[in-house]
Design a protein around this ligand. Structure first.
Ligand code: SF4
Ligand code: SF4
Length: 392
């Protein structure tokens, strides 16, 4: 009898109604009950009561195949906290050397600040080729019609501070994010251009989401608490996944995702492409939407500056899912390809993300297809609209 893998109260909540099945991308892929949230909870219960051995192959496969997207949570009438159960499951499945080496290496990387800086050496390749004039089409309406669009790096660099209190909220501070610092530092620069009232302390580590989602729940909590000490007061983040994890450890009142911080701010400019208002779509961040219930705010901001197009599967995972695209590339690509077909069919100029992992996934996929559609982070797009000719 294994007995202590899961919180028994959380595990007991599922009433096996099956309402979650249509929301689950892996169940949609296979039609197999074991790949559904209900099927996985049945497996968790079998692990907990000892009717399946801890090293059972189906347990290993299903705990890895799950995206961790939490799309099963908002539709569940019993309030099952599936994301939390999955984290507990992976602590058991991926303990010690059973953790996938790629996940282990990334977790080590984000804990070492000097290694994180070194990761900047590969960021050019990770970001992809610079935008071509054709790709960079959309321009702010207030500007003449040059070729440059919402180009990464367009916004001025944030001024590092010692973490002083900010006029926009007592102690409100911008979180730089470990993945974002390595791959997309322009996103933080854009966020600070939009919200200059935020302080930007340089001494800040990883939020621990990577650890929590890859079998080291205690490490994930420890890193979140340490970041909470690095950034006392309100933490504003440009990553939906980090926002959800930090909120689960520090409390929702300590954390704001950027779109909720900017919500309601007026703008009198618009994004234009080929002489018309740009058409843009949004890819939700799964954890931001399903964990924190934030989805209206980024849409409202986009509607202010462009013609917003709702993708039928905007709320469904893009296949990035933290380390999933690295650990399960075949399944991730399958999910991504369907998403990209939809984006291209929607006739949009840009697809906007609110999470660096989604940004990387969509940019890589669109580039591979040589698509005319570009993927940008919400902060980059809004900063470009606000400041068409930023200082060098
Ligand atoms: S997880 Fe929720 S929606 Fe899914 S079967 Fe259990 S109770 Fe029903
Ligand atoms: S987290 Fe996502 S992939 Fe995993 S069971 Fe829930 S809906 Fe399915």
């Amino acid at each position: 009898m294994t007995g202590d893998v899961f919180d028994p109260e959380q595990l007991s909540r599922c009433i096996s109604c099956g309402f979650c099945l249509p929301a689950c991308p892996t169940y949609a892929m296979t039609g197999d009950e074991a790949s559904s949230p209900r099927g996985r909870i049945t497996l968790m219960r079998a692990l907990q009561d000892g009717s399946l051995p801890p090293d059972d192959a189906t347990l290993a496969e299903q705990s890895s195949f799950c995206l961790g997207c939490r799309a099963c949570e908002p539709v569940c009438p019993a309030g099952v906290e599936y994301g939390s159960l999955l984290e507990q499951w992976r602590v058991h499945q991926w303990r010690g050397w059973r953790r996938p080496p790629v996940a282990r290496a990334l977790m080590l990387l984000v804990e070492q600040r000097w290694l994180l800086r070194l990761s900047g050496l590969v960021r050019r390749a990770a970001r992809g080729r610079p935008a071509t004039p054709r790709q960079a089409g959309p321009t702010p309406g207030a500007a003449p019609a040059p070729a440059a669009g919402p180009t990464p790096g367009a916004a001025p660099a944030p001024a590092a501070t010692a973490g002083s209190a900010a006029p926009g909220g007592p102690g409100a501070q911008l979180m730089l994010g470990c993945v974002e610092r390595g791959l997309y530092p322009a996103v933080s620069r854009a966020a600070h251009a939009l919200a200059p009232e935020l302080a930007v302390p340089t001494a800040q580590g990883c939020c621990g989401a990577l650890h929590a989602h890859n079998g080291d729940l205690a490490g994930g909590e420890r890193l979140a608490e340490r970041l909470g000490e690095d950034l006392p007061g309100t933490i504003v983040t440009t990553s939906g996944g980090c926002a959800a994890h930090l909120a689960s450890v520090l409390g929702a009142d300590r954390v704001r995702e950027l779109s909720t911080w900017l919500a309601g701010r007026p703008t009198d400019t618009e994004l234009r492409v080929d002489g018309r208002r740009a058409r843009v779509a949004l890819q939700d961040s799964c954890h931001l939407r399903n964990g924190l219930g934030v989805f209206a705010e980024p849409r409202a901001l986009l509607r202010q500056v462009a013609d917003y197009v709702e993708l039928p599967s905007a709320a469904t995972c893009c296949g990035a899912a933290g380390t999933y695209s690295l650990l399960r590339p075949k399944e991730s690509r399958r999910i991504l390809d369907a998403k990209l077909d939809e984006i291209e069919a929607a006739g949009v100029d840009l697809v906007v993300t609110v999470n660096p992992g989604c940004l990387r996934q969509l940019r890589t996929g669109l580039r591979r297809r040589r698509s005319a559609v570009r993927a940008v982070h919400l902060a980059e797009l809004l900063a470009r609209v606000q400041s068409p000719t930023p200082p060098a």
